[in-house]
Design a protein around this ligand. Structure first.
Ligand code: ASP
Length: 451
């Protein structure tokens, strides 16, 4: 049995949903189908989830919502029309949305979760109706009824272990099961969504639960690329990746697959195949335990901007037991999460995502570090980019760091910091945000270039 997930662009219009139908029915093993809310049909389009967030916020603020509400319903109306479905399904969708919007608002985060989740929920109902209209046995499955139990953290749910046992029972059901992505239910029956892009997570949980032979994740690209295609023209496609490599890449800016979605499939040893709805015969990218093709030490280059660093220097820091812990404790006290901590003998830098670090927090953090740790020097730098080169092959290859550093030096990029990941499958380089593109291009040329 295969679990198949279709992302937002794959279910954004009637025409796309027809492709979904063809893909699912072309293989009798494709029994469990997870769907996103309708996504973008063209570059400037707005995803239904974003429209719903706007709609929910307007409702909370008692503003006028007519326009946004209609924009949501119209997306479904257009899809239903293209698919030749009757008005019944639209009546059901609008009634559902009205009920949610007029529901309990005493807990705004919970209210917003219900509004957001309706995007996938109603799309799953609509897609089921379409499959049935084509004479196929298809059933909409609600995550509550199926027992997809999650932690009660609105907007950031985590699956609970008992969910897997419950979901196993889906194996015994007949027909094609259409399951909305992106949300589950807490133990006491409250709807809770995963983080944004979370339909990938639903698919992975289901694949684990039913013990699927593969988890096929359909999106709108032929493969995971070795580098951001906005930086390098026609980058190399990656055929095979290990879970660990994918995890490192998706953490640092590879948006193709949600970084939390790997774990459930990984734990059950289920391969993930990223494929293209618009070109289903392309092999896509497979994420597996162990890679068979190993060409070169680096499989991909990822990068992301919006980081800041707190650099601290103190003579004889190396002899001061507990220095690092006390430094990180100060950050913890401010609820700050850190990403990397490259260190030297008398120096340590802590890299953070800067959106959590406003000037007031910076002032207080710097003050405490100066006072409590009696440092010689402290500097905060903003607008850094983090670039990761990733590949299991690095473990065995000598000189990867030297090649990368030389390539960056030759292109005139100043390295702010280097961190050889303890995982041994990645190396991290910190550069000025304005140098991101140049640095990525230089590294791509070094590890994948033809010249
Ligand atoms: N529709 C949700 C989002 O846009 C979840 C998903 O598509 O995976 O975040």
């Amino acid at each position: 049995m295969k679990v198949v997930k279709f992302g937002g662009t794959s279910v954004a219009s009637g025409q796309q949903i027809k492709k979904v139908f063809d893909i699912v029915t072309s293989d009798p093993k494709r029994k469990i189908v997870v769907v996103s809310a309708p996504g973008k049909r063209f570059k400037e389009d707005v995803k239904v989830t974003d429209l719903l967030i706007k709609c929910g916020e307007e409702y909370l603020n008692n503003g006028s919502v007519k326009e946004t509400y209609e924009a949501v319903v119209n997306r479904y109306v257009e899809i239903a029309k293209e698919l030749g479905l009757s008005n019944d399904i639209i009546d059901r969708i609008s009634a559902d949305l009205q009920e949610i919007l007029h529901g309990d608002k005493s807990n705004p985060a919970r209210f917003m979760d219900a509004v957001k989740a309706s995007g996938e929920d109603n799309n799953a109902k609509l897609i089921t109706a379409y499959f049935q209209s084509r004479g196929v046995e298809a059933h909409y499955v609600n995550p509550k009824e199926a027992g997809l139990i999650v932690s009660d953290e609105p907007g950031n749910a985590q699956v609970l272990p008992e969910a897997y046992e419950n979901l196993k029972k889906l194996r015994d059901r007949s027909g094609i099961l259409i399951f909305p992505g992106f949300f589950g239910y807490s133990k006491d029956g409250k709807l809770v969504t995963f983080s944004r892009g979370g339909s990938d997570i639903t698919g992975s949980i289901l694949a684990n639960g039913v013990g699927a032979e593969i988890y096929e994740n359909f999106t709108d690209v032929d493969a995971v690329y070795s580098v951001n295609p906005n930086f390098v023209e026609n980058p190399k496609e990656i055929r095979e990746l290990t879970y660990k490599e994918m995890r490192e890449l998706s953490y640092a800016g590879f948006a193709v697959f949600h970084d939390e979605a790997l774990i459930p499939a990984f734990r059950a040893g289920i391969p993930v195949n990223i494929k293209n709805t618009n070109n289903p015969s392309a092999p896509g990218t497979k994420i597996v335990h162990e890679r068979t093709d190993s060409n070169g030490p680096v499989v991909g280059i990822a990068s992301d901007t919006g980081f800041c660093s707190i650099y601290v220097n103190k003579y004889l820091m190396n002899r001061e037991i507990g220095f690092g812990r006390r430094l990180l404790q100060i950050l913890e006290d401010f609820g700050l999460s850190y990403e990397h901590t490259p260190s030297g003998i008398d120096d340590i830098s802590v890299i953070l995502r800067q959106d959590q670090f406003d000037s007031e927090t910076e002032r207080k953090v710097v003050e405490r570090i100066k006072k409590e740790l009696e440092v010689d020097n402290i500097e905060v730098a903003y607008d850094l980019a983090v670039i990761m080169i990733v590949g299991e092959g690095m473990r065995k290859n000598v000189g990867t760091m030297a090649r990368a550093a030389t390539a960056l030096a030759k292109s005139g990029v100043n390295l702010e910091m280097i961190n050889q990941g303890s995982s041994e499958v990645s190396m991290m380089f910190g550069v000025k945000g304005t140098d991101e593109k140049k640095a990525v291009q230089a590294l791509y040329e070094e590890f994948f270039g033809t010249t």
